[in-house]
Design a protein around this ligand. Structure first.
Ligand code: DAH
Length: 355
């Protein structure tokens, strides 16, 4: 009995993993295991011998069973320890500082613009980049034969052969979001709509994809004076200049009447552009009073509501503010350019800190 006990306890202690331990259990306590076989032999013994052997065998079986359970628990603990050691991470280590990414100037400038207009009560609106030609043109009072359709160098989406509905377009400006915002939110309304726009054009100041921000304010008595104040306020805050003369130059857009292009005072002395001083003028945006036909197309009564709108190029504003010469480089994904012109993740624009 002693020999049996020592042998099996040693086997349990030496089992290196749970599978080995299970093999030991079967060989000792399983139906055909050694202890079970010994139990079976009890029947052939004389009563006195059986009285001596049976309790000892039972005790041995119980002892082995608890030794197996204890060993199994120990093996599991060790396996868990091992795994925890392998998966250990030091969360206090610095996060790859030399490979930190940067915020793209377009993202940064978009944030700045949104911030300034948000402080004036404008909400952000969005629309699809693949737009139907009604929202992109017709609803904005640009009829099918209107020359503006050619001027916009529109990208047309393909239709299935035999489908002769007008094709969808990649929106050529953010102005269709005016229509969607009026349809969805009604009036009164104050929104800006930053986003991507597309035109088939490519040179130092044109890229087939670029960014615009649209502005729209609708109320019962919105005026051109309010438009001027809003744009002055915006451009001064954006460029960080207390004084910034603006010139509202009469112009034409199909969706506004009257329309004005807005120039800022600047100088080009020594080949560098300085805003806010000098005798030159630089065009920065288009604007005007929303055309009654545009209000009507979007479901508003032009007798009851009037509004102003404006649109400007975000990339262009970024170039002017941060002295970036070539628009095409914005979208080359050149890491050297991104490191040079990009902004730190923590340089979050805020009105209080100045832009
Ligand atoms: N959508 C015009 C463009 O892409 C810009 C524009 C001009 C927008 C005047 C306006 C506006 O809202 O009133 O050239």
């Amino acid at each position: 009995m002693d020999d049996l006990r020592h042998r099996w306890l040693a086997e349990v202690a030496e089992a290196a993993d749970e599978a080995a331990l299970e093999r030991v259990r079967l060989a000792a306590l399983g139906k055909k295991g050694e202890i079970a076989l010994r139990m079976r032999e009890l029947g052939a013994m004389d009563p006195a011998e059986r009285m001596r052997v049976a309790p000892a065998l039972n005790a041995l079986r119980d002892e082995l069973a608890s030794a197996l359970a204890a060993r199994r628990a120990a093996l599991r603990d060790a396996a868990l320890e091992e795994r925890l050691r392998g998966e250990w991470l030091d969360l206090s280590l610095p996060a790859r500082p030399r490979r930190a990414g940067t915020i793209h100037p377009v993202s940064q400038v978009t944030e700045e613009i949104v911030l300034i207009f948000a402080a004036m009560g404008f909400a952000v609106a969005e629309g699809p980049q693949v737009e139907d030609d009604w929202h992109n043109f017709d609803a904005l009072n640009i009829a099918p034969e209107h020359p503006a359709r050619q001027e916009h160098d529109t990208f047309y989406m393909a239709r299935a052969p035999g489908d002769d509905r007008p094709p969808h377009v990649l929106r050529t400006h953010t102005s269709p979001v005016q229509i969607r915002a009026m349809q969805e939110r009604g009036a009164p309304l104050r929104v800006i709509a930053p986003g991507r726009v597309f035109r088939a054009d490519y040179d130092q100041t044109h890229s087939p994809m670029f960014h615009q921000v649209e502005g729209l304010a609708i109320d019962r008595d919105t005026t051109m004076a309010q438009l001027k104040w809003t744009l002055e306020e915006f451009l001064r805050a954006f460029f960080g200049l207390d004084r910034l003369d603006l010139r509202f130059r009469a112009s034409h857009f199909p969706f506004t009447e009257p329309s004005a292009e807005v120039d800022v005072r600047c100088s080009w002395e020594g080949g560098t552009l300085r805003l806010g001083e000098g005798d030159d003028w630089l065009e920065v945006l288009g604007s005007g009073m929303v055309h009654p036909r545009v209000l009507a197309a979007a479901g508003l009564d032009p007798e009851a509501w009037q509004g102003f709108a404006f649109g400007m190029g975000i990339d262009r504003l970024a170039m002017l503010k941060y002295g970036i010469p070539d628009l095409r480089a914005f979208f080359d994904s050149d890491l050297r350019w991104l490191r040079h012109y990009g902004f730190g993740a923590l340089e979050v624009p805020s009105l209080a800190a100045g832009l």
